[in-house]
Write a protein that binds this ligand. Structure first.
Ligand SMILES: Cc1cc2nc3c(=O)[nH]c(=O)nc-3n(C[C@H](O)[C@H](O)[C@H](O)COP(=O)(O)OP(=O)(O)OC[C@H]3O[C@@H](n4cnc5c(N)ncnc54)[C@H](O)[C@@H]3O)c2cc1C
Length: 538
């Protein structure tokens, strides 16, 4: 270890945020022998890649299954991590129609399912299928090789000559086509689908204005989902263990409340200071801009910093989720007969229409005049017409539920402002209960009748719980809202720059660094930030 790092609390790199992005940076920098400290505000690391236990049931707090995207498996291999995983097959159901997605052929069954429900829109359904098929081909190229960022390009000549070079021209061509599909999925569907219900059914479980390519690529991602044995959190555990094994330090229950960027110091809630040469900020980016001081920098850096800060603070986090966790006194087998452990369920083919966006916006806009009954009537519609993401960890790994019992995770997209206004108005707990009861009633009266009388216990997380737990602005789970131009890099060919900040010693990583984000992009930015530091050190 270099002498200058012998002082306690002085590090080559400090990483703030122990989500999957921060953990990736930590594992890579510690592997190269850097003196690093990862600081996490919670008791446990993982952020939205986390599993918790309640009454013997294991529940995933954030993401429900993982997609490799040419990133996760190459990262694990590169770090020498063995993670036991199983496939996480997906089912889709709309009203009484059910599809278990098994292979590419399932796309034909998906077309049939939609045609049964919307016979009048056969032509439009065929047009959607054509687009999905086209996107699947793009995805095959995009994720067709292991992401080169996780390969040792100096030594692995076979990879360079046999895979990377033949792939590059196809990649460049495909990226151009993908970028042309960056418009909001709603607008894109408008060009091919006139039936409003059909349009909703295809797009209503995506955030508002999700880029069309990202949204419509999900069918091929469904085939790719996998699940770590023991729960999603095992991925985070593996990176924690690797970091510690490499000699890296992890400090939990420590919240950074100030960054003296000009002095290369961060300060925690107990006023303890930590010095760094490099900082990777892998937590909420708006928080970073709010708590950073830049007084000692040149006017040029200060101006760029202030401009960037304004842009960041002017944007919002994307939509959040409401999640209901249910403990049921019914064996897994009875759920297995109905659908796979990862399930997108829409009880009504009618579609949400304007319920989620325009109607809710109008209620929020006129909040002072809105009566409780109006809000609850809206909630009725919202829960009846929505699409639910349902995950049953025990169907992926039976060890995750007590014998003879089943744990369910049921979620839907939810607007942060709604919960925050309800909280201000003083009926947050009541509203939460009303929402929980409506969801349970919709699900029990349709797809899982055993929820009528077999529930042992249930509890929920709202967008405000997410904001509290992981500190993300507006309770966002995948970074920036798509409603305004995003203030970060959003083109894959420029992803290398996504980790730069106006301050040369500070890098950003995770859901806020690149858009659209998710687990694979958070991992990629974590690695890119580590690479920048390693390059500087060498
Ligand atoms: C229900 C749900 C479904 C999802 N589905 C998918 C999916 O299908 N596919 C996909 O790719 N992604 C999905 N995601 C999103 C994905 O989980 C996240 O985008 C990703 O895990 C973000 O990782 P991160 O490291 O950037 O940040 P986070 O997980 O947000 O971690 C940030 C960490 O920083 C810590 N922190 C914050 N502030 C401070 C501070 N001041 N000091 C110290 N520590 C701090 C937090 O406690 C947290 O641990 C889903 C998420 C949810 C919730």
């Amino acid at each position: 270890m270099k002498e200058k790092y012998m002082t306690e609390n002085k590090y080559n790199t400090i990483i703030v945020g122990g989500g999957i992005a921060g953990l990736t940076s930590a594992a890579y920098l510690s592997r190269e022998g850097k003196k690093i400290l990862l600081i996490e505000k919670n008791k446990e690391c993982g952020g939205l890649v986390n599993t918790f236990t309640q009454d013997g049931f294991h529940f995933d707090a954030g993401v429900r299954a993982l997609e490799d995207a040419g990133i996760i498996f190459p990262m694990l291999k590169d770090l020498g991590i063995h993670l036991e995983v199983v496939k996480s097959p997906v089912s889709i159901s709309i009203e009484n129609e059910m599809l278990h997605i098994e292979s590419l052929e399932s796309l034909i069954q998906y077309r049939e399912l939609l045609t049964t429900l919307y016979p009048e829109s056969k032509g439009e359904i065929n047009a959607i299928m054509k687009v999905i098929r086209k996107i699947m081909k793009y995805m095959d190229v995009l994720y067709g090789i292991e992401n080169p960022v996780f390969k040792d390009l100096k030594r692995d000549r076979t990879f360079i000559f046999k895979k990377l070079l033949p792939w590059l021209p196809k990649f460049i061509l495909t990226v151009g086509k993908i970028n042309r599909m960056n418009l909001p999925v709603e607008d894109y569907l408008d060009t091919i689908v006139k039936n409003p219900s059909l349009k909703d059914i295809i797009s209503q479980h995506f955030f508002k204005n999700t880029p069309a390519f990202f949204a419509l690529s999900y069918f091929s991602l469904y085939l790719d989902y996998f699940y770590p044995k023991g729960g999603i959190g095992k991925l985070s555990d593996a990176l924690i263990n690797k970091t510690i094994e490499n000699g890296g330090e992890i400090k939990t229950e420590t919240k950074i409340i100030k960054v003296l960027a000009d002095k290369c110091i961060v300060i925690d809630q107990q006023n303890l200071t930590y010095e760094y040469d490099h900082l990777i900020w892998a937590a909420d980016i708006k928080t970073f801009y709010r708590i950073s001081e830049t007084d000692g920098f040149s006017p040029k850096i200060k101006t760029i910093f202030e401009d960037t800060k304004e842009k960041m603070l002017d944007n919002r986090g994307g939509d959040s989720v409401f999640t209901l966790f249910v403990e049921v006194d019914e064996p897994l087998e009875n759920f297995r007969k109905i659908a796979h452990g990862h399930f997108f369920y829409t009880p009504s083919k009618q579609g949400l229409g304007e319920t989620h966006w325009n109607e809710l916006n109008s209620l929020l806009h006129n909040w002072e005049k809105v009566k409780k009954e109006q809000m609850l009537a809206w909630l009725d519609k919202f829960t009846r017409l929505n699409t639910y993401e349902i995950s049953i960890p025990g169907l992926k790994d039976p060890e995750l539920a007590p014998p003879g019992k089943t744990g369910l995770i049921i979620s839907l997209l939810a607007e942060y402002d709604l919960f925050s206004k309800v909280q201000e108005a003083g009926w947050y707990d009541e509203f939460k209960t009303e929402l929980e009861n409506r969801i349970l009633s919709v699900i029990a009266n349709s797809i899982y009748p055993m929820l009528k009388d077999k529930i042992i216990k249930h509890f929920s997380f709202t967008p405000l719980s997410i904001e509290n737990r992981i500190g993300s602005s507006e309770g966002a789970i995948t970074g920036w809202s798509f409603e305004k131009p995003v203030p970060v890099v959003n083109k894959i060919q420029f992803s290398d720059r996504s980790v730069l900040t106006p301050i040369p010693s500070i890098f950003q990583a995770g859901q806020w660094a690149y858009s659209p984000a998710g687990v694979p992009m958070s991992i990629l930015t974590g690695k890119l930030a580590a690479n920048k530091i390693l390059k500087r050190n060498n």
